[in-house]
Design a protein around this ligand. Structure first.
Ligand SMILES: [Ca+2]
Ligand SMILES: [Ca+2]
Length: 97
């Protein structure tokens, strides 16, 4: 018998996501709905179906020039990680979304 089960890592009919656990606040809630501020993608690697991967979906709220030297200020509505030419400057867990 085949029964939809939230948390089994396989996205089934009525599930928006399934990240292979029954925890909330990690992007995919315990009822298999996508949580605010996250987007989830199904991790498909043929022929194996992997659990969904959920990550922050930060929205940029402001970008402006701050001076004549080419400095810009960019503001997001959540904590993000970002890269520069020197490498990753911040890598905040997505639970801070
Ligand atoms: Ca499932
Ligand atoms: Ca979860």
């Amino acid at each position: 018998m085949c029964v939809d089960k939230c948390g089994n890592g396989i996205r089934e009919d009525r599930e928006e996501c399934d990240d292979n656990n029954d925890l909330s606040r990690d992007g995919c809630a315990s009822d298999c709905t996508v949580e605010d501020g996250f987007i989830c993608e199904q991790g498909v690697a043929t022929p194996v179906v992997l659990p969904d991967v959920c990550r922050c979906d930060p929205k940029m709220s402001l970008a402006e020039w701050t001076d004549f030297w080419g400095t810009i200020r960019i503001v997001f509505d959540s904590i993000i990680s970002y890269n520069t030419l020197n490498g990753v400057k911040s890598n905040i867990p997505m639970s801070f979304c």
